[in-house]
Write a protein that binds this ligand. Structure first.
Ligand code: NI
Length: 168
């Protein structure tokens, strides 16, 4: 099983809008297995295919303490988002060593295909809601630091460029 290289902000490939998966076949199952392995090894709680330079709508998430409750979302669609907002501190495997507070809908409902290609509705709040929105943003070509003020974003761009130079 191959661990996949992760694109780092401000790599422009992270702005690519992902296409829907046409069929949940062996290729997609292999991609999901590789994405899960990569996410666990990097100690992330979520990973979108965009981050491994595959521009199809595939997301893996695991917010459990034991890292044994993987959630796979293929072609996720937002059905509903609460007006109520929540602030949570976010990080991203594509933006190493940078954590900041982001405001998002406190609750969401999404519909996605599972690994068997079957549609499932998921209701989420708290960390899971934030995580789902963060990963769906990746599929739309958006990285969480775009929610921050231009001043902070610029500071982070400089920090990211420095980290890249030292090969983090
Ligand atoms: Ni991310």
């Amino acid at each position: 099983m191959t661990r996949l290289p992760i694109l780092h902000y401000p790599d422009t490939r992270l702005t690519t809008v992902a296409k829907p998966v046409a069929m949940v076949d062996e290729r997609i199952k292999t991609l999901v297995a590789q994405m899960l392995m990569t996410m666990y090894e990097e100690e992330g709680v979520g990973l979108a295919a965009t981050q491994v330079d595959v521009h199809e709508q595939v997301v893996v998430i695991d917010i459990s303490d034991g890292g044994d409750q993987p959630l796979v979302l293929i072609n996720p669609q937002l059905l509903w988002a609460s007006d109520e907002r929540q602030q949570s501190k976010e990080g991203c495997l594509s933006v190493p060593q940078i954590y900041d507070s982001v405001s998002r809908a406190a609750q969401v409902k999404v519909r996605a295909l599972d690994l068997n290609g079957l549609p499932r509705d998921i209701e989420a709040d708290g960390l899971l809601a934030a995580c789902i929105q963060h990963e769906m943003d990746h599929l739309a070509g958006k990285v969480f630091i775009e929610y921050l003020s231009p001043l902070k974003r610029n500071r982070y761009k400089i920090k990211a460029a420095k980290l890249q130079r030292v090969g983090v």
